[in-house]
Every structure is written in structure tokens, then in C-alpha cells.
Design a protein around this ligand. Structure first.
Ligand SMILES: O=C(O)CCC(=O)C(=O)O
Ligand SMILES: [Fe+2]
Length: 277
């Protein structure tokens, strides 16, 4: 539930460039070979078949305080930059270090596709500085995304000065199809020093909206709910660094139509979470 909406502002503008010079570095896959099938974020289809919502071009940004250390910057990223982020993730996501569907120890797969920048994270290995279970190395976090995260933190600090600064050296990119979801959890796999200092997690949403739940306990019935829309940035650090959170549902056909026209993002939701290891 939103506690308060503050000051209106223009959506953030960011110039993203392509990463033509990055050369992936990987070992021969050691296991999970069957997981290296490519997954595309985009699919070419006629513009008349795109299902999304019309958006006023001059929609302003706003801010909601969800709790101590938890700030939602609404409509923070403009459509062009959202489309560039889709392009960047697609470019890396189609490569050998790209999207795959990770699995838990027992073999069950997560209900999403994932790739990482900076360090790989996997439900089984947690953070590995170099290689994920199929042997591929994570590319570095793109500089333009680092700048976007740093600006988001500064803007969130203007609303809550207890949110610490951080340098985003790791990023998990999740793509949820319209049936995707993520169970209630805390983000606890970063270094103890990062977590003890309450260094924030910065989460960017692009595409279809998500019902996101969050709360202080493991009990999902007690959790609050907020809709994360395309272009929103959620920052949780300080006292909320270990908030329980989950993605309950993706709302089909809720992405902005101009984003779909520009990026050809497939139905579903792209989420990037940045952290300092
Ligand atoms: O998709 C989201 O909004 C949350 C993702 C998340 O919690 C995570 O990657 O740890
Ligand atoms: Fe999380």
C-alpha cells in the first residue's frame, strides 16, 4: 500500500549505447547443457497485433514511500530508455551468457528466464564471481545502467535520507512471461558487509505490470501489495534491505503500447535488480 505520493518530476533520460566491444569469455559448459537454448525477449509481429495500453506522452514521474528505506520512483524511465534497456538485454540475452531457466536443487525450474551482469547468481551456486552452472561468465554491468541506478539512488535519497549509496556491480535480469512469478523471499546472498550496511537493491520494471508484494514477515497474507508498472524503479535499502518480497502475478496486456512498438518486447515483464556485492 502506498503511504504517500511526493513531488512530481519528468521521467529520467538516459543515453544508452550498444556494447559492440564486449567479448564474452566462457569455459566449456560443465553441466546443464540442455539449458543453453536461446530465449528471445522480442518477437517480430505486426504492430496491429500488439496488445498494450496507450500512454499520455507527458505522463509525469512521481514518488511513493512504501516504508523506511523503501521508495518507489514511478514512471522514472522514459519509453525510449526502456526500449534501449530491452535492446541491451536482448543483445546479451541471446548470447552464450544469456537467458536460461535456472533450476532449484530438486530439479524444479524457476518460473522465469534469467541472465546476470557482473556476477552470476543461480539458486544452486548463489553468487559465483565467474561462472554459472552451465559454464558461462557474466558480462560486466553496462555503464549506462550503472548511471541510471546511481541517479535512482540519489533521487530516492531526496525522499529518504537513510538510504545508503552503493555501486551496482551485480545485476540479475529476470523475464517473466504472463504466467511467470517469483515466491516470497529475502535478498540475502550478497556479502555480509553489503547487507549489514543496508546497501539498497534497485529494481527496474519494463513491460507488463506486476503485482508485487512485500512485508516484514514470511506470511504472504500479511504482505502489502503494489503494482509495479513499466518505467518504475523500486529502491529498498536501509531498514527495508531485508524486506520479504514476491512477484504474485503479471498483468497481461498492461505494457505501454509505444514501448511494444519501439522494442517488440514479447508479452511479459522484464525486471533488472542491481546490487553491490
Ligand atoms: O521481479 C521483481 O520485481 C523482483 C525480482 C527479485 O526479487 C529478485 O530478483 O531477487
Ligand atoms: Fe528479490
Amino acid at each position: 500500500m502506498m503511504k504517500r505520493i511526493q513531488e512530481m518530476m519528468k521521467p529520467h533520460s538516459l543515453m544508452l549505447v550498444r556494447y559492440a566491444s564486449y567479448k564474452p569469455n566462457h569455459k566449456t559448459p560443465v553441466n546443464d547443457l540442455n539449458q543453453t537454448k536461446t530465449f528471445s525477449l522480442t518477437n517480430l509481429r505486426s504492430t496491429t497485433s500488439l496488445c498494450g495500453i496507450d500512454m499520455p506522452e507527458d505522463l509525469e514521474s512521481s514518488c511513493a514511500i512504501l516504508g523506511p528505506g523503501m521508495v518507489l520512483l514511478k514512471n522514472y524511465i522514459n519509453i525510449n530508455d526502456q526500449a534501449e534497456i530491452v535492446n541491451t538485454c536482448q543483445e546479451f540475452g541471446m548470447g552464450p551468457q544469456g537467458f536460461y531457466q535456472p533450476s532449484y536443487k530438486g530439479g524444479a525450474k524457476l518460473n522465469l528466464h534469467m541472465m546476470c551482469f557482473g556476477r552470476n547468481w543461480d539458486p544452486q551456486t548463489k553468487y559465483d564471481p565467474y561462472y554459472r552452472s552451465d559454464g558461462f561468465q557474466a558480462p560486466p554491468v553496462p555503464d549506462q545502467l550503472i548511471s541510471l541506478v546511481e541517479s535512482s539512488i540519489q533521487d530516492s535519497q531526496a525522499h529518504d535520507d537513510e538510504i545508503p549509496s552503493m555501486y551496482p556491480d551485480i545485476c540479475i535480469v529476470n523475464f517473466y512471461t504472463t504466467t511467470g512469478r517469483l515466491g516470497l523471499h529475502q535478498d540475502r546472498d550478497e556479502s555480509q558487509s553489503s547487507r549489514n550496511r543496508g546497501l539498497p537493491v534497485v529494481s527496474i520494471s519494463i513491460g507488463d505490470s506486476a503485482q508485487f508484494v512485500y512485508g516484514d514477515s514470511r506470511d504472504v497474507e500479511m504482505a502489502n501489495e503494489v503494482l509495479l508498472k513499466s518505467g518504475d524503479v523500486l529502491v529498498f535499502g536501509g531498514k527495508s534491505r531485508h524486506v520479504y518480497h514476491a512477484v504474485k502475478k503479471i498483468i497481461p496486456n498492461s505494457a505501454p503500447l509505444p514501448l511494444l512498438q519501439q522494442s517488440m518486447l514479447r508479452p511479459g515483464r522484464l525486471n533488472l535488480t542491481f546490487r553491490q556485492y
